[in-house]
Design a protein around this ligand. Structure first.
Ligand code: UDX
Length: 438
């Protein structure tokens, strides 16, 4: 079986490499020549645990190929996945120009029946738009070739993307063509170790499923952040409340950790996009608007605590910041709370010394630049700093030497944006600990 994956971003590259890993012949296509050349030489455009290994192994075996030529790649491919970016437009809706350009090119260059499946997170009705683009391109060349459109949203998490893809909880496929359903079933057979994990449905439902999943998870987080803020006011402990409610399986233990707000490429963008879709159809998604508002506010909570402690004017103070990426195990800084926190600290006159195990290059080159200084390790960031800020809960920050930190820091003060430290223990050691809702 041969397939093409268009777009070598997170979703495209991980999907392509994982399909190759189970024995499928995959051509990964991208318009970015540099990226494609890099991949051929084993240079990963993103950091993702386990990815480099499977890309290199499958490229060496010939099962995984990289190309900039979409027309050539789709010859003999039974499926073409569209996994290109859908950046938010100015009004918050997903911009489909890249998706539709790929559809158009497939229509112009296909030479046999093909299933065109969108993997990018796209608004409801995109399936129809993809179909219209391909049809128009075929009509232009007077071709009577047939094709099917499918929606196959991806649920992988950054930092665990390979594992999520290889062992999916579910595979959602929206399709309205029997032949396409058979092809998709065959393609995904290797990933269903324990029974049938494919859920077939109509295309709009598959498109809605992706947004609804992300919106629900974002809702859990914002809900818990809201509750954590109230816990502080009433003198309750959000960690205890979290454990108390999480033990009810209907609520579950996951995604109820309060913190400095969610970031990344999915939640912020998808929550905005589904609100926008609602508006287009004259429906106000009130809960999700609140989810977004709470998250925007939550990114400021840590600085509010800092100002409560040190006063509004932070001139002359230096803060050690541990963690820059939006979550651990990724170098991704898209919508990272760290960016908001840094800007606010600097606006108040402070200096920031940042450290992140993986994301510093990305931070320096794209998101934060020279606004802060970058430390060579976690302890180096604390030398002469006036407080420690924990922003991303990388494992290496979990059990630091408090003894050493107490000597390096000017003040024994910790702002723990992810509640990873035990308040009582730190207080016994003479530290002041500020958490979220604790
Ligand atoms: C998410 C979805 O989990 C995934 O299924 C989808 O395909 C893409 O979006 P991702 O953005 O990679 O994945 O990260 P995720 O691990 O879900 O975390 C998102 C954000 O929520 C992070 O900023 C994280 O710190 C935050 N978070 C998560 C919390 O603040 N509290 C929690 O309890 C869980």
């Amino acid at each position: 079986m041969k397939i093409t994956v268009v777009g070598t971003g997170y979703v495209g590259l991980v999907s392509g490499a994982c399909f190759a890993e189970v024995g499928i012949n995959v051509v990964c296509v991208d318009v970015d020549k540099k990226k494609i050349e890099g991949l051929k030489n084993g240079v990963m455009p993103i950091y993702e645990p386990g990815l480099e290994e499977i890309v290199k192994r499958n490229y060496a075996s010939g099962r995984l190929q990289f190309s900039t030529d979409l027309g050539e790649a789709i010859q003999g491919s039974e499926v073409a996945f569209i996994a290109v970016g859908t950046p938010p437009g100015e009004d918050g809706s997903a911009d489909l120009k890249y998706v539709l350009a790929v559809a158009d090119e497939i229509g112009a260059k296909m030479s046999d029946y093909i299933v065109v499946a969108t993997k990018s997170t796209v608004p409801v009705t995109t399936g129809e738009k993809v179909r219209t683009s391909i049809k128009a391109a075929l009509e232009e060349r007077n071709s009577d070739l047939t094709f099917a459109v499918a929606s196959n949203p991806e649920f992988l998490k950054e930092g665990a993307a390979v594992e999520d893809f290889m062992k999916p909880d579910r595979i959602v496929i929206g399709v309205d063509d029997e032949r396409a359903e058979e092809i998709m079933k065959r393609l995904y057979k290797p990933f269903q170790l324990n029974g049938d994990r494919i859920i077939f449905m109509d295309i709009p439902s598959a498109e809605m499923t992706k947004y609804t999943a992300n919106a629900m998870l974002a809702t859990k987080i914002s809900f818990m952040n809201d509750i954590a803020n109230l816990c502080e006011l009433v003198g309750a402990n959000a960690n205890m409340v979290r454990k108390g409610i999480g033990s009810d399986p209907r609520i579950g233990t996951k995604f109820i950790y309060p913190g400095v707000g969610y970031g990344g490429s999915c939640f912020p963008k998808d929550v905005k996009a589904i609100i926008k879709t609602g508006k287009q159809y004259g429906y106000d998604l009130k809960v999700l608007q609140a989810v977004e508002d709470v998250n925007d506010a939550q990114k400021h909570v840590l600085v509010k605590k800092i100002k409560n402690h040190f006063g509004d004017d932070l001139a002359g103070l230096t803060f050690a910041m541990w963690g820059l990426s939006f979550k651990p195990n990724t170098d991704d800084l898209r919508e990272a709370p760290a960016i908001v926190i840094i800007d606010e600290l600097i606006a108040a006159g402070a200096t920031v010394k940042g450290y992140d195990p993986i994301a510093m290059k990305e931070a320096q080159h794209i998101y934060i630049g020279d606004k802060i200084t970058y430390a060579k390790d976690a302890y180096d960031a604390c030398v002469d700093a006036d407080a420690l800020l924990l922003v991303t809960e990388w494992s290496e920050f979990r059990i630091p030497s408090w003894d050493a930190l107490g000597k390096l820091l000017n003040n024994k003060v910790v702002f723990d944006g992810r509640n990873i430290y035990d308040k009582n223990y730190l207080e016994e050691l003479g530290f002041v600990h500020y958490g979220i809702g604790v």
